[in-house]
Design a protein around this ligand. Sequence first.
Ligand code: ADP
Ligand code: ASP
Ligand code: MG
Length: 421
Amino acid sequence: MSLIVQKYGGSSVADAESIKRVAKRIVQTRKAGNEVVVVVSAMGDTTDELLDLAGQVTPLPEPRELDMLLTAGERISMALLAMTIKGMGVDARSFTGSQAGMITDARHGAARIVDVTPVRLREALDAGAIAIVAGFQGFSRETMDITTLGRGGSDTTAVALAAALGAEVCEIYTDVDGVFTADPRVVTKATKIERITSEEMLELAAAGSKVLYIRAVEYARRHGVTIHVRSSFSNSPGTYVYNPKDGETVEEPIIAGVAADLNEAKITIVDVPDIPGKAAEIFTLVATTGANIDMIVQNVSAAATGRTDISFTLPKAEGLRVMQALETQKDRIGFSTLQFDDQIGKLALVGAGMRTNAGVSAKLFTALYEAGINIEMISTSEIRISVVTRADTINDAVRVVHTAFGLDGEQDAVVYAGTGR
Ligand code: ADP
Ligand code: ASP
Ligand code: MG
């Protein structure tokens, strides 16, 4: 008997009808002779709505209480799904993250998994039941409190349980048919990818393709879990995210896909003295804030002044904290002003075949130039090129780059549900 983990995202369980539809698919999988563990997200946009609600009662909600609030969303969907399946005459039991043995550290809102002990899930499976688990939540042994893994974290719950239970596959059900060469909500001619290496998927997820959460991909890569991303609204096969075995040669497309991220901001530190040690001083200070820095650019210094500008990007949500930290050290570092720009967009082109192909950057820059889109920052890795543009040009940028690299498909991609929020 195979064990299959299935994760259903918010848009797949948005209302009573959807829950009934998903329940049928789960029961079919069980009746086909598999053991089934299901991970559910909160219904529709519940998590965003709860966050809005918290924001209406206080500007800075206490992280512990925010986790208590948000985990309620997943608890609603798990119980409704379990009772639907029971109502169909099949045994099912729901479990919170804590009951399912998702042990994390104590960082509210961004907890890391430290141990997975799915004893109660194993018992339920042995008794012939379907186990249904609330996604994105855990429990800290240190503080005895409920935690969350961060937005999109149900994907990680599913992969972690698949690893701990030795599942054959971890199926991630969503509102599109798989991983596409670009977000189908932005590029209608995006093409579904049949198989993608975890290395490329990691880059796409890191660059903003929220179809899979980056930490889930990392976890799967480390523990050798195969992920199958597919639609809960159709029976089409989706995308397999796999880890090539040692020595396995993979036919790598030059470009796997294009991703965009509108959640970053840019900080520019103006007139930094161009002497050794200044960058070290600045980024040591930034590191103490815990912010996740991405691109860094230092201009050539003006010969007359011996001063330079340093810019870097970081998640918008961390902007205020970092600006405040830099402001307190203004005199010591010796810069003149700080600029904060949250109207940027970041585009990333990803592909393992880039390693062995010259001319990819030239083609990317030409496509943007021909569309009249200005590039503000550039960074590259072995299998990725990223550029920063104005936020309001990012969707056009994704479309022209997608076309320039010949990724446009014959048919329009289908988006079955969801609000894209
Ligand atoms: P779920 O609620 O199932 O977790 P998400 O909204 O988190 O779903 O992720 C699915 C969405 O990810 C799709 O509706 C699509 O708009 C977006 N997306 C972004 N990039 C891609 C991509 N490369 N391939 C497929 N979907 C993508
Ligand atoms: N409901 C949570 C969120 O929207 C977790 C998830 O769906 O993965 O972020
Ligand atoms: Mg998601």
